[in-house]
Design a binder for this molecule. Structure first.
Ligand SMILES: NC(=O)c1ccc[n+]([C@@H]2O[C@H](COP(=O)([O-])OP(=O)(O)OC[C@H]3O[C@@H](n4cnc5c(N)ncnc54)[C@H](OP(=O)(O)O)[C@@H]3O)[C@@H](O)[C@H]2O)c1
Length: 311
């Protein structure tokens, strides 16, 4: 028998990709923001009790990093309080909770990839609320998997990839930050890795007994590292070489030609954002590979693969 899965955030980048893949694992009851508002505890509890899932996959989050600085109450409700409540409800009905977190739980002072055991020390409100969500889940004692990912993009939604492509049709030079290091990770790769892991966990039984031994926090990002400015250059290069059949690209550029001739690297200070971001938030994925035999490909390969999608 396959598990019943409650998926939140079905219209988000990761949630949208999970919606396509999770039916391989179980019977999916999926909710978007308009159907289930995570900042409403009564609705959240009622929905979990009605669906009575064996597995909750929480792909919803308050991801507007700059906006979170001035709207901490909502960010905390969605990123910290709701996951805590999901964990408590999941525990009561014997369900497993799968949750996503972020590289922004780290302060970025390290110069080599962060491991799961490294001290979290978020430097912005988004990171603080996401860490509080992780802590609430761990503190509840519910069987769980927390996947920390980073710099997420997809071929739809609001993200750096689509933002650069739009700007590349409007400006002949783009000034992009060159002193923050991370690993741009495709939402489809995150969903595929999650599905593979859940398939292996649920292969034996709907009660997912192996979760008791493999549960915990894992880093799940693309391999390699880059900066926002080099990522922008790679996006423009790939777009310039890609086929006209890539429908999502035509939508992103609204059919207009790319006119950017140069990406100019600038510092974070020159960019002038009021929100602090970690300078270095590359994550080591070795624990994920050792435990589940799952390794996401290099960020550049993932980007190239995105331009191979013609749907
Ligand atoms: N995006 C990144 O760069 C990034 C980096 C590191 C980690 N992560 C983590 O990865 C996970 C997936 O992120 P993503 O990139 O897929 O984010 P996303 O594209 O912004 O999707 C998040 C979804 O959550 C929904 N949501 C927001 N507030 C909600 C609420 N109160 N109730 C119900 N749904 C709500 C959003 O709906 P609306 O749009 O309608 O509000 C959206 O569909 C999250 O846990 C995120 O923290 C993301």
């Amino acid at each position: 028998m396959k598990p019943v899965i409650l998926l939140t955030g079905k219209n988000g980048q990761v949630g949208g990709e999970l919606l396509r893949l999770l039916p391989q694992v179980g019977e999916v009851a999926a909710f978007g923001h308009d159907q289930l508002d995570l900042s409403n505890p009564t609705d959240l509890c009622r929905t979990i009790r009605e669906v009575r899932p064996q597995l909750i996959v929480n792909a919803a989050a308050y991801t507007a990093v700059d906006q979170a600085e001035t709207d901490e109450t909502t960010a905390r409700a969605v990123n910290a309080e709701a996951p805590g409540l999901m964990a408590e409800e999941a525990k009561k009905i014997g369900a497993v909770l799968v949750h996503y977190s972020t590289d922004y739980v780290f302060d970025g002072a390290k110069k080599s990839p962060y491991h799961e055991a490294d001290l979290a020390n978020p430097i912005n409100v988004y990171g603080k609320t996401k860490l509080a969500g992780e802590q609430a889940i761990r503190g509840s004692g519910v069987p769980h998997l927390i996947f920390r990912t980073a710099w997420v993009y997809a071929t739809r939604g609001r993200n750096f990839l689509l933002g650069i492509l739009r700007r590349a049709t409007e400006q002949d030079e783009l000034k992009i930050v060159c002193d923050q290091f991370g690993a741009p990770t495709g939402a489809s790769d995150i969903a595929a890795a999650t599905t593979k892991i859940l398939n292996s966990v649920y292969r034996q039984s709907v009660d997912a007994p192996p979760i008791r031994t493999v549960g915990g926090t894992y880093h799940m990002t693309a391999a390699g590292e880059t900066t926002w400015s080099d990522f922008a250059k790679a996006i423009i290069d790939e777009a310039a070489q890609s086929s006209q059949d890539v429908c999502w690209l035509a939508a992103a550029t609204r059919g207009r030609p790319l006119i950017t001739r140069r990406v100019i690297p600038i510092t974070t200070a020159e960019y002038g954002s009021l929100t602090q971001r970690p300078k270095y938030s590359v994550l080591s994925n070795s624990r994920l590979a050792q435990t589940f035999g799952v390794a996401l490909s290099d960020w550049r390969t993932q980007l190239q693969n995105s331009f191979a999608i013609v749907r």
